[in-house]
Ligand binder design. Structure first.
Ligand SMILES: NC(=O)c1ccc[n+]([C@@H]2O[C@H](COP(=O)([O-])OP(=O)(O)OC[C@H]3O[C@@H](n4cnc5c(N)ncnc54)[C@H](OP(=O)(O)O)[C@@H]3O)[C@@H](O)[C@H]2O)c1
Length: 413
C-alpha cells in the first residue's frame, strides 16, 4: 500500500519530443518532484531528455528502451503520457497490464491531450485507468495559464458575485502548423486542427464558465455546432511544401485535414441559465507565433487575454542576420522587425502550474482539478463538432451515436 503524502513524486516520461521538453522546462518551477525515467523508441531521443534532466537538476534519469521495464522500476511513482495520439491506448493498455498483474507500483498517470481520438477510445482510457485503481490527471495546460488563474479568480470574486455569472467564453488558438508529420495525418492524429487545438479552447472555456468550487459537470452541454475547412495547406504550393518537409505520407493535395475550425457549444448551468462557448482554431495563422486569445464576458464585466500582446517586445533591423528559431515565442515565424517575446512561456501557457498541481495531487493522493473524466467530456464535444461539420446539422446532447463516430479526415482512405 502506498502511504500518502509521499515526500517526493518520482516520475517517468513516456515520449521524448516537443511536449516532453516543455514539461521538463516547467518542472524547475515545481517542488517535491524528480524525473527518474524516460521511455521512447529511439535511444538518442531518450538521451536528449536525460541530458536535459541533468542540466535542469531534476534528478537521476534512466533511459528505458522498454515501457514495461520503466513501469517495473522501483523508482517510478507516476508516469506522464506524452507520446503521439495514435499510441495513447496501447500505452495505457500496457500500464493497465503491468499494474493489475502486480509488476508495477506506479499509482498515478497524467495524460496529454487529447485523451483519445474517438469517444470510445477516450472512454476506454478512463475505464483502464480506473480499473487499475490509478489516480489520474488530464493535462490541459490552458486551465493553469497564469492569466487564466488570475483572471478567473478576480472575475468570479469581484464581478460575478455581485452582478451575476459569466455567460460567454471565447477562445482561439492559432499558429502556422504543427512540427511533426503525424499531426498532419488524420488517421494518426484523430483529425486536423479541430482535434489538435480546439481541445484547449473548449476546456479552458468550460473552466472559465464553471463557478469556483463547483464540479465541471455542473455545466451540461446542450448542443454543438461546428464548421471545418482547409484554407491554406491544400493549395498546391503549400501541399508540396508539406510533402517536401515530411515525405509522401503527408499528402495534402489528396488527403488534407482541416486547418481551420469553428465551434459553438451551448451549455446550461444548474439553474437552467444558457451559456455559450465560441471557439476558433487554425493552422493557417501566420503572425508572430502561437496566438491564444481568451475572453470571458458577463452582465457587467469582461476579461480578455492575448498571448502575443506581450509587455516585452524586441525590434531587430534588417541588418540583424541569424538562424531560424523559436526562442522568442512558440511557432515563431520571423527573426526580424518588431517582435513579441514571452519571458516565461511555461508559466503563461500553464505548464508550470499544471505540473505543480498534478505533482501535489498525486503526492498527496488527491483528485486533480482535471481528470480523465474531463478528457472524455472534451472528446465528446470535439467529436460532436466534427459530426455537425460533416452533416451540416447541430448535434444535440446527449448523443450516444457519437460513441464510434470517426471524423471524416481520420477514416481509412
Ligand atoms: N498541451 C499542449 O499544448 C501540447 C503541445 C504539443 C503536443 N501535445 C500532445 O503531446 C503529445 C506528444 O506531442 P509532441 O509534440 O511531443 O510530439 P513529437 O514532438 O512528435 O514527439 C513525440 C514523441 O513520442 C515518441 N514516441 C513515438 N511513438 C512512441 C511510442 N509508441 N511510445 C513511446 N513514445 C513514442 C517519439 O520518440 P521516439 O521516436 O524515440 O519513440 C517522440 O519523442 C501528443 O499527444 C500531443 O497532442 C500537447
Amino acid at each position: 500500500m502506498t502511504e500518502f503524502p509521499k515526500k517526493t513524486l518520482r516520475i517517468g516520461l513516456i515520449g521524448s519530443g516537443f511536449i516532453a521538453e516543455f514539461h521538463l522546462r516547467s518542472m524547475i518551477g515545481v517542488r517535491n518532484v524528480e524525473v527518474t525515467g524516460v521511455y521512447s523508441r529511439n535511444a538518442e531521443n531518450r538521451q536528449r531528455i536525460c541530458t536535459l534532466v541533468t542540466q535542469l537538476e531534476l534528478g537521476d534519469c534512466t533511459s528505458y528502451g522498454s515501457l514495461s521495464e520503466m513501469l517495473q522500476s522501483d523508482d517510478i511513482d507516476a508516469v506522464w503520457l506524452l507520446s503521439p495520439n495514435h499510441t495513447r491506448l496501447d500505452t495505457m493498455r500496457t500500464i493497465h497490464e503491468e499494474v493489475t498483474a502486480g509488476r508495477s507500483k506506479i499509482f498515478a498517470v497524467a495524460c496529454e491531450k487529447p485523451l483519445g481520438r474517438t469517444v470510445s477510445e477516450a472512454r476506454e482510457m478512463l475505464r483502464l485507468v480506473e480499473d487499475a485503481k490509478l489516480n489520474h490527471g488530464y493535462l490541459e495546460n490552458q486551465v493553469f495559464s497564469t492569466a487564466v488563474l488570475r483572471g478567473k479568480e478576480i472575475i468570479w470574486r469581484r464581478a460575478a458575485s455581485t452582478t451575476g455569472r459569466p455567460y460567454l467564453a471565447r477562445a482561439a488558438e492559432e499558429h502556422s502548423g504543427p512540427h511533426a508529420a503525424w499531426f498532419w495525418q488524420g488517421d494518426k492524429q484523430g483529425g486536423g486542427v479541430l482535434n489538435d487545438m480546439m481541445c484547449h479552447s473548449v476546456e479552458v472555456s468550460r473552466h472559465l464558465l464553471t463557478e469556483p468550487g463547483k464540479p465541471r459537470n455542473s455545466l451540461k452541454v446542450k448542443s454543438v455546432n461546428g464548421t471545418v475547412a482547409t484554407l491554406k495547406w491544400n493549395r498546391p504550393r503549400y501541399a508540396d511544401e508539406l510533402k517536401a518537409r515530411y515525405g509522401a505520407e503527408v499528402d495534402y493535395r489528396n488527403r488534407p485535414s482541416e486547418d481551420f475550425a469553428r465551434g459553438t457549444v451551448v451549455l446550461e448551468d444548474e439553474t437552467g441559465q444558457e451559456l455559450i462557448i465560441e471557439a476558433t482554431t487554425s493552422w493557417a495563422y501566420v503572425g508572430a507565433g502561437l496566438r491564444i486569445q481568451l475572453e470571458l464576458l458577463g452582465p457587467e464585466y469582461a476579461m480578455e487575454f492575448n498571448t502575443l500582446g506581450t509587455g516585452l517586445k524586441i525590434f531587430m533591423s534588417r541588418e540583424v542576420q541569424g538562424s531560424e528559431g523559436e526562442d522568442l515565442v512558440e511557432k515563431q515565424n520571423a527573426e526580424q522587425g518588431q517582435m513579441p517575446v514571452l519571458e516565461d512561456e511555461a508559466g503563461v501557457y500553464g505548464y508550470t502550474d499544471e505540473n505543480r498541481h498534478m505533482v501535489e495531487c498525486f503526492r498527496k493522493g488527491e483528485t486533480p482539478l482535471e481528470t480523465f473524466h474531463d478528457g472524455l467530456a472534451v472528446v465528446e464535444i470535439l467529436i460532436g463538432l466534427y459530426k455537425s461539420a460533416e452533416t451540416g446539422q447541430t448535434v444535440h446532447f446527449p448523443a450516444p451515436d457519437l460513441e464510434d463516430y470517426v471524423p471524416l479526415v481520420a477514416r481509412p482512405a
